[in-house]
Design a protein around this ligand. Structure first.
Ligand SMILES: C/C(=N\NC(=N)NO)c1ccc(NC(=O)c2cc3cccc([N+](=O)[O-])c3[nH]2)cc1
Length: 323
């Protein structure tokens, strides 16, 4: 397919490194620096209808360019043609969590905890910015390296929605006489909406710890939909015997059918299983490497700025303006 000329001028696109339902991911080299990037190519025709496609894509591109968190994929560049979108992204050499769990059968608990904590922080950031992801799954969690101890990043905001709080507020100002019940019940408030991501994180944690999905057509006679609606999942002894009770408790409190009873992201972050100093230190070192070296680097930083300020103040003393 014909790549946009300006994309080709800036990047050399090479082999395919990932494939998704809506397009592929190619390895790219920035010609001027030889820096490596991933380019996600999204075919517009994959979307159900023209209208929705454009709206979704606009929202997604807006979200991709607006979010700024160490555990959310960062967009370097963006191009589009009649038939496709081209999103230039940071390279995540560990690939998808899906393939990592598959190749290891199941993750050991400390690795699962490190990844899960980062997912919680990423989703906590989205929710605090009024964004519901709505499509959290192992294919959309990327790993920064082949090592177990690595940074993870959430991607694919195609299903994401920006909470229209203002719309709901305006609606509630008008006469309520003609409004349907669900506008007032939890169905339309942010609490309910955000809870869908908590459920998906429960499924993700189940898959990381157990190595298989909680709801699957091969389990028993019920359809996957029925299993989900009933919240019926099975922790197969052979896979779960080595998993701690605290880890299982997090899963059980997220895979709760009633969204109002389901554990929230904030509550999950406070759960005893995640009060693990060693894991938290590792996660923060991965998420905020510039804060590395604790006092030393920070002290250097303070020293130089205060030095600059001191010099500046001195000059201002003689009336010279700083711009
Ligand atoms: C934004 C987005 N999807 N948006 C969308 N509408 N999809 O439906 C999106 C989806 C997936 C990815 N994936 C990657 O960047 C990605 C997948 C992969 C596999 C092996 C190795 C690498 N790698 O970077 O080395 C990979 N990167 C990146 C962005």
């Amino acid at each position: 397919s014909s790549l946009p000329r300006d994309l080709q001028e800036k990047y050399l696109l090479t082999r395919r490194i990932g494939i998704g339902v809506c397009g592929e991911v190619r390895l790219a080299f920035e010609r001027s620096t030889c820096r490596k990037f991933a380019v996600k190519i999204i075919n517009k025709k994959n979307f159900q209808s023209e209208g929705t496609a454009t709206r979704n894509a606009k929202t997604e591109i807006e979200i991709l360019q607006r979010v700024d968190h160490p555990c959310l994929i960062k967009t370097e560049d963006f191009y589009q043609t009649e038939e496709s979108f081209y999103i230039v992204l940071e390279l995540m050499e560990g690939g998808e969590l899906f393939h990592r769990v598959k190749s290891k059968q199941q993750l050991n608990e400390s690795v699962a905890k490190l990844y899960f904590y980062q997912m919680l922080r990423a989703v906590q950031y989205l929710h605090s910015n009024g964004i519901i992801h709505r499509d959290l799954k192992p294919e959309n969690i990327l790993l920064s390296s082949q090592d177990d101890v690595c940074l993870i990043k959430v991607t694919d905001f195609n299903q994401s929605r920006i909470l229209e709080e203002a719309v709901l507020m305006r609606t509630l100002c008008g006469t309520p006489s003609y409004l349907a019940p669900e506008v007032f019940t939890h169905a339309s408030t942010t609490g309910y909406g955000l809870a869908v991501d908590a459920w998906s994180l429960g499924v993700l944690l189940f898959v990381c710890l157990g190595g298989y999905p909680p709801f699957h057509e091969s389990f028993g006679h019920q359809s996957v939909t029925d299993q989900i609606i009933r919240g019926e999942f099975t922790m197969v002894q052979s896979k779960w015997k080595s998993v701690s009770d605290q880890a299982k408790d997090v899963v059980r409190k997220l895979l709760v059918v009633d969204p109002m009873k389901r554990m929230s992201i904030e509550e999950a972050l406070q759960h005893p299983w995640l009060q693990d100093q060693k894991m938290l230190e590792t996660a923060h070192r991965l998420m905020y490497p510039s804060a590395e070296g604790g006092g030393a680097a920070a002290a250097m930083e303070v020293e130089s700025t205060s030095g600059r300020n001191l010099r500046k103040r001195g000059r201002e003393g003689d009336g010279e303006e700083q711009h």
